[in-house]
Write a protein that binds this ligand. Sequence first.
Ligand SMILES: [Zn+2]
Length: 263
Amino acid sequence: MICPECGKLIGVGEPRCPFCGAWRPGLYGVTPRLQRLFGGRLDLVGVIVASCVALYVLALALDPGAIMGGGLFNLLSPSDGALGRLGMTSAYDLATGRWWTLLTAIYLHGGLLHIFFNVMWIRQLGPAVTETYGPARAFVIFSLAGVAGFMLSDRLSPYPSVGASGSIFGLLAALIVYGRRRGGTHMTAQLWQWAIALFVIGLIPGMHVNNWAHAGGFAGGWLAATAMRFGDEKRESVLVQALALALLALTAAGVVLSLLNTA
Ligand SMILES: [Zn+2]
């Protein structure tokens, strides 16, 4: 296996890394397993996109009356009832202890255009964040940005929220943090333009966009990314890989909890 501290090739059972002295680098077999998982078998951007699509289809299936119900602009828009059963978030949900909706709402979408554009942005930005930070760090940034966005919007807005937009703003922020630290002025300017354009579109009256979630997601993504190292500076630690898996498991458990909670 590869020592998570210094990156040299060592035996799994070594009590200490002979090169850097790291204590129990193999963690009784946990480290090499995580390295294999994040080293290729687990495509987290693919998992995110597939989860968004699967939950969108499930939300429509839970309340098929809403499929044609809303007129042209709300075509294929899941009902609030169906989104609520899968883990939409609101101030009321937080007040009544449904904290996991901060995670589950990231993967829910209110309409065909909403999910189409969000999936497009995730596929555009996700691989770049994965490449620069590493897959586990990228997933932690994506999740924490979404949580930060909904924490802000649940606090400041009376409306319930869904959507990966806050997380997408977090991915944009992470790439800007990367560009600034690496001196990529052209790339950074381009990313700022995207972030500002997306934010301004949200301010158009009648767009029903959750601007608080966008701002909170951007701030959350920025903070999370600033606290992290890049993939070429330091390998992802067992801790951040475990955190990514824990967030993934919590999100999946959150959808189940929501369904049980509203059954
Ligand atoms: Zn080492």
